[in-house]
Design a protein. Structure first.
Length: 212
């Protein structure tokens, strides 16, 4: 009885490892050839309909966190080099006291980006949500995704799964104190988004419009 139960647990563990490993490999391999450093993207003159910046935490005074600042700085540099005519700021912006896209826009304007070149997506709660909404509500056929390297594979995978031609640009601006946690969480997130892609799922919020 005990041996049979242990064999069952072992089989379950092996199956879980295979599923997790397989989904992560699928996500990473789907995006590996379409990821660039900022310098590579500029040298290759990468072009798309829009640059999409994925949201991250904003400090209480409205200042972007280090992770978000890195993404914004890379997006601004690409915009200035002519990679795309529009920057889409996507993040959590539907709460009364917290609005990532608003502060992302303010930062970009302070760096010289024209306000009319910035589009806000206040319902980009998750990476998959952002890409689905970008493809199906905004109507983009192509995009350049800006985020940190650990997050870039899934971001490009999600964009492609939603029907867009996508490339990713790494925005790393140093090491992060919680990097190990980010890496572990990303393994689970790749599995989650892999299942969403297989199911052709749509996000709950399909109502909140993009703001120009």
């Amino acid at each position: 009885m005990v041996k049979g139960f242990l064999k069952f647990l072992l089989a379950l563990l092996i199956a879980a490892v295979v599923v997790v490993g397989g989904l992560n490999a699928w996500v990473v391999m789907s995006a590996t050839t379409d990821d660039y450093t900022l310098e590579q993207a500029q040298e290759l003159d990468v072009q798309a309909e829009c640059i999409v910046v994925l949201g991250a935490s904003v400090l209480p005074d409205g200042t972007p966190s280090d992770i978000l600042k890195g993404r914004l700085d890379a997006a601004i540099a690409l915009y200035e080099s002519g990679a795309a005519p529009v920057i889409v700021m996507s993040g959590n912006g539907t709460e009364s006291n917290y609005d990532e896209p608003f502060h992302m826009k303010q930062y970009a304007i302070e760096q010289g980006v024209p306000a009319d070149a910035i589009v806000l997506d206040r319902a980009g709660y998750h990476t998959y949500d952002t890409m689905w909404r970008l493809a199906n509500i905004y109507g983009a056929d192509s995009c350049i995704v800006i985020t940190q390297e650990y997050h870039l594979y899934r971001s490009v995978f999600d964009a492609k799964s939603c029907g867009m031609d996508a490339v990713g640009v790494v925005s790393d601006n140093g090491t992060y104190n919680d990097q190990l946690w980010y890496d572990v969480r990303e393994v689970a997130s790749r599995c989650h988004d892999g299942f969403l892609a297989l199911a052709g799922a749509a996000p709950e919020n399909q109502i909140t419009p993009f703001e120009y």
